[in-house]
Design a protein around this ligand. Sequence first.
Ligand code: F6P
Length: 364
Amino acid sequence: MSKPLKIAINTGGGDAPGLNAVIEAVVMSAYNRQWEVYGIRNGYAGLLDTDEIVHLTPEKVRHISCQGGTILGTTNKGNPFHLPVTNAAGEVEFRDVSNRVVENFKRLRFDCLIAVGGDGSLKIAYDFFLKGIPVIGVPKTIDNDLTATEITFGFDTAVGIATEALDRLHSTAASHERVMVVEVMGRTAGWIALNSGLSGAADVILIPEIPFDLEKVCDHIMGGELHGQHYAIVVVAEGAVPAGGRVICKGEGEAGRQEVVLGGIGEYVAAEISKRTGKDTRSLVLGHLQRGGSPTTFDRRLALRFGASAVRMIEAGNFGMMVALVPPEIRPVPLEQVIGRVKHVPLEGDTIRTARDIGISFGD
Ligand code: F6P
């Protein structure tokens, strides 16, 4: 009989509903093979300071698939290849401490690391694979912008939450004859905006893939007035840009963070609509509400399937690979084919065409 394996698992980057379902599936699939699973806290931090590594037994993960967040904690600023450290002078400098991670991984006699994360975390996982750690990646992001997989868990939940918010805004917008501008997440991809905007009967959807013209947005809104609709719902992806303009950021964010913090486009669009149409306009940012709470059944099932597949991939020796949904199957794809790429909304895709057919404007 082959020796029982000792698997490490971590979750990195922004949380997404479904992370706990992956953990549950990994632990149970491993347990049923007489393997052991250990949880690494806060991305790779738990492999630098190994005191808090936790043995994940079936009791610890029982039915956590219904819970949002991650029982392991996560971070989007702990890249061990570029770790921010405050020096004696109080300045932040960046150090490569990846060798310490590799040493601890070997010292603790782990056989494999399951890294659950988005593009940034999967890139780190791949870099550790190149340094000799047997890695399996599990894709995670509410943004649904990872290539090679049809969909990521967390996305369906985020779209559901945004759609419910839009449903609620219709009645208050109608009562006050207002324009409501709703900013949603998604980084440089418009998946959340497009799908929630379509499901929630938005009048205008602004996505990064289609630079928008504010005059056209306003014309569309005022066109509604002619047909007796005195209110409008506008969904704006946080990464949407006016034609010839630039993406709006809140700043660089915390030290060590790989990406800038997007945000502010909703307020800008609302101010312009108000100025140009004279209509009473309000804006709101859905923000982290889109990431909180229980995953939908779709996300739970996808995450459970990803987790169990990751364990099967260990059995098959598919290291340096990521589990991906290639309907109807879950398949291994090389991590290097995924990292550093963005899956954008296809402009000629059926969803955009459906939205256009039913009269939704993209401001183009
Ligand atoms: O990638 C997921 C995401 O929620 C993006 O949609 C958003 O831009 C970003 O993370 C927000 O990050 P943070 O949680 O660090 O504010």
